[in-house]
Ligand binder design. Sequence first.
Ligand code: DUC
Ligand code: ZN
Length: 456
Amino acid sequence: MSYDLVIKNGRIITAHTSYNADIAIQGEQIAAIGQGLSGQREIDASGKLVTPGAVDIHVHLEMPIGKFTSSDDFFTGTRAAAFGGTTAVVDFIERQPDETMLEALAARRALADPKVVIDYGLHMTIGPNDIAHLDEVPAVYEAGCGSFKLYMAYGLRLTDDQLLQALKAIGDVNGLPVVHAENWDVICALVAENLRNGRTTPHYHPLSRPALMEGEATGRVIDIATLVGTRLHIFHVTCDNTVQRIAAARARGRSVTGETCPQYLLMTQEAYDRPGVEGALPVCAPPIRYQDSQDALWRALGNGDLQIVTTDHCPFTRAEKETGIRANDFSQIPGGVPGIEMRYTAVYSQGVKRGLLTENQWVAACCTTPAQLAGFNRKGDILVGYDADLVIFDPDKEVTLSTDFLHENVDWTLYDGVQLQGWPKTTLSRGRVIVDDGEFVGERGDGRFIKRGFGD
Ligand code: DUC
Ligand code: ZN
């Protein structure tokens, strides 16, 4: 049989095993895996790794936050993702006061559908104003939003009783709650105290958001979820305190998972001490911590205490970041950093190449486990019948990150000058080559909204 497309002679890396084989694609799906397969079109992957497309379940594209909107839209953001080997992302919906949750989903899809170049899903945010709308959760789940974002910080934060109600409603439909865990009351008190005493520079951003209290909030939401009997995913883990809360819950048999992000794996807290706007650029929440935290996160990915790496990609321009410097108030710096393009290689280079992770753990953390966790039931693995979302990865290519090299729509990168080993040569989305040798050959709007769910 001659298939539509065959990727030949590559070394297949999955979360569980590595082996040499050809992959045949028919239409949008993987049709066969084996030796000597032939196709009408063939791509030679000799000397390359062939992995599932990477899955990033935490991105903020054209997302309004405070006075600004994150600078990558659904086109530029998903295109940058594709350059970096990511073939599915999950973004967010925030319901407006005059909308139902389903209307909010439709509005977000109307923005994303014409622009996305890879497949995507959406988490439904449940803020304090949504507690009165929890009866809409079953319909939202049915519509394909299998996961729900709960904040313990910012204006959208839920109080403990609201967390209890939201977790119960999500648990009732077997949805996945994903949580931003920080202690907002303590943060507010420390920010106010620092500003009152003239401590206004970005140096005081991490000092106002202590690791200890990130761990406390994580432990608290784990306990509430335990009471309710729901599973839980903890977003953007930055430190050992939080890792230990997650690990302890897992040791008790609780279904709790955690993610970390490149900014916590590659950068350290000293970045906030850079002069002027440079110190504002790394402002994100929770903040980047010291080297001991970075080491703990790599250890946790290696020993299974943390399960996945996402990006929390949320870029703001240099000028937008600078507003907080001009206001002399670190708390006014829009929070968020870009990373959607470099994540897959960063984990390979800094994890696998340094001997901290196996190549199978790399694929597990960036592709397979995020897909499973988020309910992408035909993505994140190389199996017959799965979507042909694939990356042909050159493990020997050396890249130096810069805004010129990257395709994110933002005028800075945290990783300027950082040298990494490995980079995707070819990215395929449902059987179509969308990036080839550094060139985007996909189409705006070819990505699809994927309904995500978890069976019964
Ligand atoms: N943290 C950020 O820094 N930005 C976006 C949202 C978040 O939780
Ligand atoms: Zn986020």
